[in-house]
Design a protein around this ligand. Structure first.
Ligand code: PBG
Length: 325
């Protein structure tokens, strides 16, 4: 009888047994926490569609960063919400831009904390697109110049990693050259290599005031139906010098995370985006799901799919939960 079928349950008999055969683990070092910095004073605004996520002004930013550091999170990514926008996103690359000021302030207090700068224009342009517009078209190469200026100014402010997210062709080449020419050879590029034109970004656009004022982002972000295109995007970014590859969003794209991980020997980052956060939060606040269990299951699925790092609005919660376990 016992030779007629396999007994898999042998390895599930106790918590201890399950622990020693567990294949995937989630660590605090895997987590990247996003922080929204907003121009102004005494700002701690909860984002309506993202309960528990706030926009912070610089005079209150320490409250957030202190907590992150105390929780043992080693990496953050900074998103800026500027006071002024114009057609070419000047405040994205100004020395006194909100992101530049925030990075200097954070690195002064916490030199060891790894600070990633999101490098894009959409929060800073009045039209809300990630590049330069002419006759209703988003121009590729002129956008690269502004993006490169933004990256260099972020590196000057002390950013440890530059994360370009605008999906123009050649952004890694342009930024790598810009950083090298300015003496920042040691600053790595974490490319949003595979970024889909996703409906899951809605809450982020509330948080960052970055919705396109006309049209959509489908001429630069990817079609959710495509897989081979993701491989081509990842490939060219690695050839251009990307040190990390981001796949975004994460949950509906676990297959893509696995593909990218299997085809490139670089760290892969899963971006657990705003809409993925809000869906869980909404259900949890209604008492419909067990938030902790659901979030940990989702994050372990991203690790299992091949992610080395996870960018998530749940990072602080997860750091607390990992401590409890
Ligand atoms: C900017 C940018 C976006 C996100 C991060 N950087 C949004 C977009 O393309 O509109 C989305 C993040 C999220 O939803 O959590 N280019």
């Amino acid at each position: 009888m016992s030779n007629e079928f396999k007994r898999h349950r042998k390895l599930r008999t106790s918590a201890g047994m399950r622990k020693i055969v567990r294949e995937t683990h989630l660590h605090k070092e895997d987590l990247i926490y996003p922080i929204f910095v907003k121009e102004g004073n005494n700002v701690k605004n909860e984002v309506a569609s993202m309960p528990g996520v706030y926009q912070w002004s610089l005079d209150r930013l320490d409250e957030e960063v202190d907590e992150v550091v105390q929780l043992g999170i080693s990496t953050i990514i900074v998103f800026g919400v500027p006071a002024n926008k114009d057609d070419c996103g000047t405040s994205a690359y100004s020395k006194e831009g909100i992101v530049q000021k925030a990075i200097r302030q954070i690195k002064r207090k916490y030199p060891e904390l790894i600070v990633i700068a999101d490098t894009c224009l959409c929060q800073f342009t009045d039209h809300g697109h990630c590049g330069v517009i002419e006759d209703g078209q988003i121009l590729n190469d002129p956008s690269l110049e502004l993006l490169t200026k933004t990256a260099v100014s972020q590196a000057e402010s002390g950013a440890d990693i530059i994360a370009p997210s605008n999906m123009m062709d050649g952004f890694v080449t342009a930024i790598r050259h810009g950083l090298d020419d300015a003496g920042y050879h040691h600053v790595p590029v974490m490319s949003y290599a595979v970024k889909y034109a996703s409906s899951f970004y809605g809450p982020f656009r509330d948080a960052a005031h970055s919705s396109p004022q006309f049209g959509d982002r489908k001429t630069y972000q990817m079609d959710p139906a495509n897989r081979l295109e993701a491989l081509r995007e990842a490939q060219s970014d690695v050839e251009e010098g990307a040190d990390f590859l981001i796949v975004k969003p994460a949950l509906s794209y676990l297959d893509i995370i696995r593909d990218v991980k299997d085809s490139h020997p670089v760290p892969v980052v899963a971006y657990n985006v705003s809409g993925e956060y809000s869906m869980v939060k909404g259900a949890a606040l209604n008492g419909w799901i067990d938030e902790k269990a659901v979030v940990l299951e989702k994050l372990i699925s991203m690790k299992r799919a091949g992610a080395d790092l996870i960018l998530t609005y749940f990072a602080k919660d997860v750091a607390k939960w990992l401590e409890e376990n």
